[in-house]
Design a protein around this ligand. Sequence first.
Ligand code: ADP
Ligand code: ASP
Ligand code: MG
Length: 816
Amino acid sequence: MDVLKFGGSSMGNTKNITKVINILESYSQKEKVVCIVSAVGGITDKLLTAGELALNKNEDYILEFENIKEIHYTVLSELIPSENEAAKRYLDNELNYLKNLLDGIYLINELTPKTSDKLVSFGELMSSFIITEAIKLRGIDAHRKNAQELIVTNSIFTKADVNYLATNKNIQDFFKSNSHALTILPGFVSKSNIGEITTLGRGGSDFTASIIAAALKVKQLEIWTDVSGMYTANPKLVKQASPIEELSYQEAMELSHFGAKVLFPPTIQPALDSEIPILIKNTLKPNEKGTLIKTESGTDSKKKSVSGISSVDNIALLTLQGNGMIGIPGFSKRLFEVLALEKINIIFITQASSEHSICFGISENDAELAATAVDEEFEYEISTRKIRPVTVEKDMSIVALVGDNMKNHQGISGKMFSALGKNNINVRAIAQGASEKNISAVIFKKDVKKALNSLHESFFEVKTKQLNVFITGVGNVGERLLAQIHQQNKFLKKELHINLRVIGISNSKKMYFDEDGIHLENWKELLSSGESASLDGFLEKTNVLNKRNSIFIDITASEAVSDMYADYLKRSISVIACNKIACSSDFKNYKNLKDLSKKYNASFLFETNVGAGLPIIDTLNNLVASGDKITSIQAVLSGSLNFVFNNFSSETKFYDVVKEAQAEGFTEPDPRIDLSGVDVARKILILARESGYEMNLEDITNKSFLTKANLKSDTVDDFFETLVHDEKHFQDLFASAQKNNSQLKYVAQFNLRKTSVGLEEIPQGHPFYNLEGKDNIVMFYSQRYPEQPIIVKGAGAGADVTASGLFADIIRVSNR
Ligand code: ADP
Ligand code: ASP
Ligand code: MG
């Protein structure tokens, strides 16, 4: 005999109910079949809503009723298009009764748990009837049996306890004499031993099926639903989750207890007691393998340490603490007794003896009741200040790692809390079962999705790491970066196991977000359709999306943007800055950002601040990290000044060359920033700081080669005019260098005595002499490299190389 249960999730419409009928037809050709069905998808919720509306004197309950009626009539007439009068009459009858019940609730203003059970029972009664009638049309010997006549419970309405002795006897007696090929029963519904209508709890059809399977001692129980098994995590919250092939009863019990809704937790017990394996299958994809739940398969060394991750929402965390707690006789016993008396289910307990506190997690709905009951129980101890009144924290959730094999692996909890910590998920309480099959943590509800995804990535996707990028400033360099990300994405996934997604982009006017990753082929259109840009709005949205491994990238030259870095880092969002302002600002600010980066475990990287894409800061960081000490730095760090002096000669005009550099985008929009040496000073400052020296911009000597008139100009246009006027000054600089067989280079120098920037005549043979175009060069002298410096040289300006420098920083974040 086969026992199959079909849940409402895979029976929401005629198309899916037909799939159920097809499966039943093929099974019943081989063996006798017992089928348990839920209400049509969503009906139980609708019945409860209608009841609530009626109770609250809201006449919309009639609309809800009409909707329930229409859904059932539609399914009936689609499944049985002709000669369905008898079936319609039955349905009319049921619906009339239902309508009367709702009218009654409306009139007397009362909806007791007892009436609620009567109300919801209509869902399963109607669905089982319709399906039986429809399947008979296929010529199958089908029969409906009302499970209320078999399943006997006590009178705890809405979640009754089963009287197994009576129930098993009823089931066995009935099936002994039942000769039908297919018997269909409504799940979830039952009756008390004095004949009142009861139910087994939300999701209880699974339980009905397990009770029947166990009573009949069948070989296997099949639970058919809308997913292909029990997944490594809730597939609605974790996209990367996948079905687990096999689980032990214990594991399935823990996972469902901690929120894996696919199986109603009490379902496991009857199956376990009779050692009946449970197979979870997908009605919509019947060929997929599903999950098999059975007796523990021993300690298989190949089995994963963690089998699945689940979560329960709407948890309240109650804490009872006080120095006098240890001296109170039978403290725990009294606490748990009072909760049991109120029928409050404890989902989570943790006790810290050193702090004399006990913390327990319960459903939020029970929080007030529990707090009052516990405070009353300990009234005397509270009044004598031995303990403090209970504190209640709401909006919490529990995430749990489950696996029989966890006990054989070290470091699981370390890995769990490091994954949560890295993503700035605050853990309020921790509990580990003595059997080490479960580690659970209480966190804030808003963090659940991120926590599940982070843990899933950490335990099941060791190979792929997701990076979520938010970019401000999508001009020239930003555009190149997006193009590079778009082009490299497949490679990153395949070769580096990095799933890089751009979630937010912004320019000064607009910002646009896509939680699943922006389509980079048309980001420009998407951005122009976005909302108005705002720096706070961008931060807020990045924060609310609450993605793991988030990276904020600043490709602006704006001080206001650089002022936001601390806010990002404090939320454990890494910052990659192309913008130099923060790192060359006041030392305190720079240091604060570096400290925040450590404290919140978020990277703060700015390779492109110096030499665009050249690995200058990276080289420096590696030297310092390996214990070397930088003693001096000599460098040509301005691509734009290099361009200017490489093209300037007695044949050209200084003005023309600067104009050209500006037009080519080699200078800042205001070329004075480059020509005054400020930009180079900022860069050497950053290198000195990264070498470990506390320094500010004022500590750098800047010998300007510009004239007083150049320096005094108020606007960019004025500045250009003074360049024309002072042409002779520049020609003199050139002539002097030529006479000395030298090249003009704008050089930055750092050593323990002095840091300076300025124009110098570089003689032939010097490493700087042949520097071409807009190349940069840096020479690091250190304790390990005292004579022959480490030299980094190459293109130090340009949108493409700058973008690739940013890209390299992104990869560095992922390697963190
Ligand atoms: P049914 O109506 O068939 O009883 P349910 O809605 O009760 O179905 O349970 C199936 C749902 O359980 C899935 O659609 C899924 O959203 C949810 N779910 C939560 N956690 C898990 C998990 N770990 N594996 C599979 N499904 C899960
Ligand atoms: N129909 C009931 C519910 O929605 C029982 C079930 O589907 O298992 O809770
Ligand atoms: Mg269910």
